[in-house]
Write a protein of this length. Structure first.
Length: 146
C-alpha cells in the first residue's frame, strides 16, 4: 500500500491535535469537514491550524487518507522529528531520548510505536533498532551521517 506523503508540519499538526484530545474519529471528521474550528482544542501559540487546509490543497496532501490510513513524512529535520516524536508518542526529549547533531538516540519504543515510526519516518533518516527488556531501543540518524 502506498502511503500518502505529507509535510513534517502537517504531520506534527495532526499528531498535536490527537495529543490535545481529539479522538481518531473526531480528527477524521475535522479533516473531512475542512472546518478549522474543529481544531480549537489543539490551537495554541506553537500550533496554528489556519493554513492546514490551504497548504494541504496547494501541495496535494490528502489529509483524509493520511488520518485514516497513515502517512509518510516527505522530509524530517532534526528538530521537527523531535517534535513529531513528542507529539506522536507523548514523550519528551532529554528525559525520554537525546537529540544530537544529526542523531536521536536513547529512544525506547514498543512494537506498535516502532511500526508507526517506520511508516511515518522520511527517507532522509535511517533507523537502527535493538531489542531490550523495556522494548526496542531506537537510534535515528540523518542518512549519510552514520
Amino acid at each position: 500500500m502506498q502511503l500518502t506523503k505529507i509535510s513534517q508540519n502537517t504531520a506534527i499538526l495532526l499528531e498535536h491535535a490527537q495529543a490535545s484530545g481529539l479522538t481518531s474519529a473526531e480528527l477524521l471528521e475535522a479533516v473531512r469537514s475542512g472546518e478549522i474550528d474543529r481544531f480549537q482544542v489543539a490551537q495554541n501559540g506553537h500550533f496554528r491550524y489556519e493554513d492546514l487546509f490551504t497548504y494541504a490543497e496547494e501541495h496535494g496532501e490528502d489529509l483524509e487518507q493520511a488520518v485514516s490510513e497513515g502517512y509518510q513524512i516527505t522530509f524530517n529535520t532534526r528538530n521537527g522529528l523531535k517534535i513529531w516524536l513528542e507529539e506522536a508518542f507523548q514523550i519528551r526529549s532529554e528525559s525520554d531520548f537525546v537529540v544530537g547533531e544529526g542523531i536521536i538516540e536513547g529512544l525506547i519504543l514498543q512494537r506498535d510505536q516502532l511500526a508507526r515510526l517506520k511508516e511515518a519516518l522520511a527517507v532522509n533518516w535511517t533507523l537502527q533498532e535493538e531489542p531490550i527488556a523495556a522494548g526496542i531501543q531506537v537510534k535515528l540518524s540523518v542518512r549519510g551521517l552514520q
